[in-house]
Design a protein around this ligand. Structure first.
Ligand SMILES: NC(=O)c1ccc[n+]([C@@H]2O[C@H](COP(=O)([O-])OP(=O)(O)OC[C@H]3O[C@@H](n4cnc5c(N)ncnc54)[C@H](O)[C@@H]3O)[C@@H](O)[C@H]2O)c1
Length: 376
């Protein structure tokens, strides 16, 4: 199959959908890979590295969309890309259709095949192409929190791990899923006193088994949160209720009970945040202060570490991309329920119910397209 990798043009996006290692894998499966010049630059991969791996470099985005049977991307196409996508072209990327009616209608109009990273789903209901970004954000939450706890950046002036003879910082992590677990590991590794809260007792049991001795698990409820925030130096918001806005577990009134210079990193900001005073910020201006509490609420945290994020993402996407390239989208989705759940729009029809519901548009069951001979 002919695979095209455009340079991401969404603002502040430095990731790329395929690394030189991924190119080698694709070539081993007898596919042809075209990379737009400088597509990998933001993540530290030069055109030379891609050429050495066997890719062909094309000078502009039009040439990539023109030649490729499958486009692999990172972010959803933006308006200037809508008309570059062709009928029957397979586009494998994050789409997040439910948040953009314009994107949804454009992908219906161009009759492409849209396979969304975010809805590829395993039998245990986990989302394998979202996990790597949660892992990055969870680890970053502690790194950023440590930075903003320093006095010159507005924090309490406390070192997470303390030093011999000085007590370490108290870190509270609300939500013990992917983000929370990674944040806890980082904070514990730095020597902080860590508390993880979750509403799931089985999850707390699991965490209690695997975490080091400086991590304690506490049931998440209003009483326990109100008590814990009073003596926490760093608080990481990491809750998720699938398909819903994050609950406001820390209200504005509660900020006054916290120590001046406490830092909150609300990773759940992309779902509205679990701290009432959370509003999305950017890497250019990541923090603001309310009631002497430093808020860090960057909605695309992995964007600050594009090398790590690119490699983490492509480690997860590549095996699926290879299946799609080897078999064509139809056969690959017939064979893999995980990939089939990724199909959102096929040749002008919405085949993923929540997207149709979001915009009150017609829905066609995906199986309509998966009968009969496989097509590439
Ligand atoms: N800001 C960013 O750049 C960024 C990057 C990646 C992920 N995220 C977001 O981080 C959030 C967490 O993602 P995840 O992958 O860890 O999700 P996850 O599903 O793995 O974990 C969420 C956890 O929250 C727990 N939870 C639900 N309600 C709770 C409550 N009231 N109190 C305590 N715990 C509660 C759940 O039991 C679950 O264990 C999501 O909103 C995700 O979109 C943000």
């Amino acid at each position: 199959m002919i695979i095209g990798v455009p340079k991401e043009i969404k603002q502040n996006e430095s990731r790329v959908a395929l690394t030189p290692a991924g190119v080698t894998e694709m070539l081993n499966h007898n596919h042809t890979v075209y990379i737009q010049t400088q597509a990998g630059e933001g993540s530290g991969f030069s055109d030379e590295a891609y050429k050495d791996a066997g890719a062909q470099i094309l000078p502009n985005i039009e040439a990539i969309y023109d030649i490729a049977e499958m486009i692999i991307k990172v972010k959803e196409p933006i308006a200037s890309e809508y008309n570059l996508i062709k009928e029957n072209q397979l586009v494998f990327t994050y789409f997040h259709f439910a948040s953009s009616e314009a994107l949804t209608k454009a992908m219906i109009d161009n009759k492409s095949i849209c396979l969304a990273y975010e809805t590829v789903e395993k039998a245990d209901r986990s989302l394998p192409l979202l996990v790597p970004m949660s892992e990055v954000a969870g680890r970053m939450a502690v790194q950023e929190g440590a930075k903003y706890l320093e006095k010159p950046t507005g924090g309490r002036g406390i070192l997470l791990g303390g030093v011999p003879g000085v007590k370490p910082a108290n870190v509270l992590i609300i939500g013990g899923g992917i983000v929370g677990t990674q944040a806890a590991k980082m904070a514990a590794g730095l020597g902080a006193n860590v508390t993880i809260m979750d509403i799931s007792l089985p999850r707390l049991r699991q965490l209690a088994d695997i975490m080091p001795a400086n991590v304690e698990t506490i049931m998440s409820n209003q009483y326990n949160i109100a008590e814990a925030i009073q003596h926490s130096d760093l608080i990481v918001g990491a809750v998720l209720i699938p398909g819903a806005k994050a609950p406001h577990l820390i209200t504005q009134d509660m900020l006054k009970t916290m120590q001046p210079g406490t830092v909150v990193v609300d990773v759940a900001v992309d779902q509205g945040g679990c701290i009432e005073t959370c509003k999305p910020t950017t890497h250019e201006d990541p923090t603001y202060v309310i009631d002497e509490v430093v808020h860090y609420c960057v909605a695309n945290m992995p964007g600050a570490v594009p090398y790590t994020s690119t490699v983490a993402l492509t480690n997860a996407t590549l095996p699926y991309a290879i299946q799609l390239a080897n078999k064509g989208w139809k056969k690959a989705c017939q064979d893999s329920k995980e990939l089939k759940l990724g199909l959102n729009i096929v040749q002008g029809e919405i085949v993923y119910q929540p997207v149709a519901t979001a915009f009150d548009l017609p829905y066609t069951p995906v199986d309509t397209y998966l009968k009969g001979e496989a097509v590439v």
